[in-house]
Design a protein around this ligand. Sequence first.
Ligand SMILES: [Fe+2]
Length: 236
Amino acid sequence: MPLDLQEYIAGQIWLCGYPVKYFGMKFDARMTVIRLADGKLMLHSPCEIDDHLRRALAGLGEVAYIVAPGTFHYLHVASAQAVFPEAETFICPGIERKRPDMHFDWLLGDTAPATWAGQLDQVLVRGNRWIWEVAFFHRQTRTLILVDLIEKFTDSTPHVDWQLKLWWKVVFRMWNTPKPAPEYQLGWSDKKAARASLQRILQWDFERVILAHGDLVEADARQVVERAWQKPLAEA
Ligand SMILES: [Fe+2]
């Protein structure tokens, strides 16, 4: 079945859910497409770009930036680069060590590059042994964009197989309870650095959260995020 872009915020943000398999578990991930002020598009955590998607994106603008925002969110970068060879690729630090063969132009950090400064803010979340990501804040729509820093699997999340359900319910206790991905929960190694990063994100005035896995957060966003990060935010 072809993947479809869904317009999420008129003229500015589109989403595309796509299936993933991880340790034998099946669930969905989400690509976010952002149209910047000059009309150029950023593909954030891209899925595989097939012809159907290529045409849909072409109707929205020029894909100028490919962003791999987390150390577990880079798998389809090469596919996006093949379809959009002119686009610049930005990656979360750590991916270059996991995938030394991957071509990229820039490493993401705490400061937005000139290309989207003033429109998107970013924080590199430090302090974890297993997983890193760069969180983004889209100022105009007050949208926080994460990949694995919060997962929100609930009874209404589609396309979740029984294995994930079992692990998330019984082992990680994060069914109907948004929390960071298990790799985060098991890997906080520098609590002080982690807390400082998460606190910087909480300074942003967001009203909704786009996540890579599970339901979007569209109500009580700040409370949901603070509750999800309760542990890493707590004083050691
Ligand atoms: Fe993920």
